[in-house]
Design a protein around this ligand. Sequence first.
Ligand SMILES: [Zn+2]
Length: 112
Amino acid sequence: MTGPSEQLRRNWLEAQQRRERLEAEMHLLRQERGADAADDEHDPDGATLSGEWSRLEGLRVATAAELDDLVAAIARAEAGTYGVCIGCGRNIPAARLEARPAALRCVNCAAK
Ligand SMILES: [Zn+2]
């Protein structure tokens, strides 16, 4: 038997590792750009690199938001209120929790 809390902690760890990998990739990218970063416009690789940077930054921001949601979901699992919508107080359908374990709101409330 695994409770929602245990599953959420696993999800949190996965997201945490994903963020660490993203940050490592961004660190490498920054090193590759090196001192020429200011000369971006004249660098034929510049556009490619900043495109890659935006992609990584987007993923990093999404992963950070996911981590925040998971922390909140873990706290709710421990308080025994996991799966209850914080918007309307109704149970969040199991299918939605499966697709998005950190969901704090039902589809209706999330769309508001
Ligand atoms: Zn709701």
